[in-house]
Design a protein around this ligand. Structure first.
Ligand SMILES: O=C(O)CCC(=O)C(=O)O
Length: 325
């Protein structure tokens, strides 16, 4: 469980990225990063990463493209509306996304990694379909594809560091577990409520994330994401320009038998400005079976603290509860 932290650590992950194929365990800089990841994952469940190598133009470019999309007239945005028949891909209007049964004050475009129809059998059919991107501005789809591919690679390399922090072998979450991540991405727009007008307007209600590792690309000038510590205090995740905010999801919690837990967070935009954020969710393989690994069971008292889940079933169940109607 997250401890009594009152700030979120910043970690330069560049030593993890020097070789995309592998990680150099003899490099003292790598070991230093791993140590910081361990402290962050154990005590906070959140950390910022800098030195990630994703060009600033791309990081800001996707936010600007999303912002311009959200400015379009309602009818234009509804042309790419999300539903069960679009594979849960596309646009959701304000107040149609729910967290724990309550409507959230945000609009969004949801995307998932694309795959050939039939790849995952009947369960996969729920998520089949291309991502739905607006036709304008031109190049939107290409930019989002580039971004998704870049973030997938980056997440994989940060995960290697997280696994070392857990004292596992660097490729523990590759192969059948997360070698073919069923990643997803949300483009989120949150209107500013202005603290005086709507002090309780909730952009996204309190929740934990589902998967392994999440990388949030958020506007630099608005603090809206808050993270819960053990004293039940909400700690603001003040944006660090140029850095992604990362956090851990439920699947890592299960695989590590609770050694690293997913921390509860929420979004409240009480500024007067419209806020854009783009969380990238690095997830297990679609069909991954997720249960406490023996190694972590032994380190945590020898007993499984969690039931086995199949990632796709877990995801579908969560998603079906997220959308109004
Ligand atoms: O908008 C953000 O900063 C975070 C979004 C988030 O928590 C989520 O989509 O799960």
């Amino acid at each position: 469980m997250a401890s009594n932290f009152d700030s979120i650590p910043l970690i330069d992950v560049s030593p993890l990225l020097s070789n995309p194929e592998t990680i150099n365990l003899d490099d003292p800089n790598v070991l230093q990063v791993v140590k910081k990841l361990h402290e962050a994952c154990q005590n906070v469940g959140f950390f910022y990463v800098k030195g990630h190598g994703i060009p600033d133009t791309l990081v800001k470019g996707v936010r600007d493209a999303a912002r311009n999309f959200f400015l379009l007239p309602h009818e234009e945005k509804m042309k790419i509306q999300l539903s069960a028949s679009t594979g849960y891909r596309g646009y959701t209007k304000l107040l149609d996304n729910k967290t724990q049964g309550k409507a959230d004050l945000h609009e969004s475009i949801d995307a998932y990694t694309e795959f050939a129809p039939g790849t995952y059998g009947p369960m996969g059919e729920h998520f089949e379909g291309p991502n739905l991107w607006p036709e304008y501005p031109q190049g939107f789809k290409e930019m989002m594809d580039d971004y998704g591919n870049a973030l997938e690679k980056l997440s994989k390399m940060i995960m290697r560091g997280v696994v070392l922090a857990l004292r596992g072998s660097p490729n523990l979450f590759e192969g059948d577990r997360a070698g073919k991540s069923f990643w997803s991405m949300r483009l989120i727009g949150c209107p500013g409520s202005g603290s005086a007008a709507h002090p309780s307007a909730m952009g996204i209600g309190a929740h934990r994330d589902y998967g392994l590792l999440i990388l949030v690309n958020q506007d630099d000038d608005i603090t809206a994401l808050e993270v819960l510590n053990r004293r039940d205090e909400w700690i603001p995740a003040v944006p660090v320009p140029g850095a992604f905010l990362c956090n851990i999801g439920d699947m890592l919690n299960i695989w590590s038998n609770g050694m690293y837990t997913a921390t509860t967070h929420r979004v409240i935009n009480s500024s007067s400005k419209y806020r854009v954020s783009i969380p990238f969710f690095y997830e297990p393989n679609f069909q991954a079976i997720v249960e406490p690994l023996e190694f972590y069971k032994q380190k945590t008292g020898g007993v499984s603290r969690f039931q086995k889940v199949v990632y796709a079933e877990y995801l579908l169940n969560k998603i079906r509860n997220n959308f109004v109607g």
